[in-house]
Design a protein around this ligand. Structure first.
Ligand SMILES: [Zn+2]
Length: 294
């Protein structure tokens, strides 16, 4: 286990425990989440060593690597993903109508990248899971790159980098942000989607909120944390957007974690309340940050 003595964002050494969250994809285990008393970042601490983290992804539950469609929740995930992918392409086009080069970091099975490519973007994708890369090649004819083999110094400058629910998984957070900044063109966009533990559903489900997803999620960001990182690494925040679908999906999983069975009506209700509250609070279950390289 890795026990962080210092906050990976601000370096402070004072923490308090805020959650004791279950691992819900396999054998029963609980992980502690601590809040940095200076910058308020939440981190999973202690967490498994980097080389042990992989086994937590190997659960059959890790739907984003497999494209499987078995349970109702998986089917809903894929249905919503079809709609969500269109929204993501629309979003990158809004900030770069002339399109250009796109790097999707943590591309999964390449579903979004394929849609962007079909829309006229010149795409490359990085994905650590060999199984996901294989599925991307098979299903979408996309050759995703293993992050170990990606040379950040040799790249042509990129117009847009996207991380759809990926930043919270990355060890060496700052090294990644430095790399993203270095390969982006000035004025290029870094688009980051992450769960938001200040949402209604997050507060309601507390320890059982599925988007804590320990120990896969190493950090649990709120707006202030992303703002701090943007400032530190030379980005300005252009916009913060609510992601409307996540509250429903996350609430379904959270109901299952909390009560041992899926309670769809309750989850839909919680998702609706979360989205309605987010209209004014800008605290949806997940948020998208559009950062511009200065
Ligand atoms: Zn901190």
């Amino acid at each position: 286990m890795v026990n962080e003595k210092n906050c990976p964002v601000c370096g402070a050494s004072s923490f308090r425990t805020v959650r004791e969250a279950p691992y819900f994809r396999g054998k029963k285990e609980t992980f502690t989440i601590q809040e940095c008393q200076q910058c308020k970042l939440w981190i999973t601490n202690p967490r498994p060593d980097d080389d042990e983290l992989g086994q937590y992804y190997e659960s059959e539950d890790y739907v984003s690597h497999t494209d499987k469609r078995e349970t109702l929740i998986d089917r809903i995930y894929h249905l919503v993903r079809n709609v969500a992918v269109k929204g993501k392409v629309k979003l990158i086009n809004k900030y770069q109508p002339e399109k250009g080069s796109l790097l999707d970091y943590g591309a999964g099975t390449g579903f979004f990248l394929k849609a962007a490519k079909d829309n006229g973007w010149e795409v490359q994708g990085i994905e650590p899971s060999a199984e996901a890369r294989k599925n991307a090649a098979k299903n979408h004819k996309l050759e995703l790159i293993d992050p170990e083999k990606y040379d950040w110094t040799a790249q042509q400058k990129i117009d847009t980098i996207t991380l759809w629910h990926v930043l919270e998984h990355l060890p060496n957070l700052k090294e990644h942000l430095r790399n993203f900044h270095s390969v982006l063109k000035v004025g290029g966009n870094l688009i980051i989607a992450v769960p938001n533990h200040e949402s209604h559903d997050a507060i309601k489900y507390a320890d059982n909120w599925a988007a804590l997803d320990v120990p896969l999620h190493l950090y649990h960001f709120k707006k202030r944390n992303i703002n701090d990182l943007a400032n530190e690494f030379g980005f300005t925040v252009r916009e913060i957007r609510n992601m409307p679908f996540d509250a429903f999906y996350v609430s379904m999983l959270s109901e299952r974690i909390a009560k041992g069975k899926a309670n769809y009506l309750q989850a839909i209700w919680t998702g609706m309340v979360s989205n309605l509250k987010a209209i004014s609070s800008k605290n949806a279950s997940s948020l998208i940050y559009i950062l511009e390289k200065q």
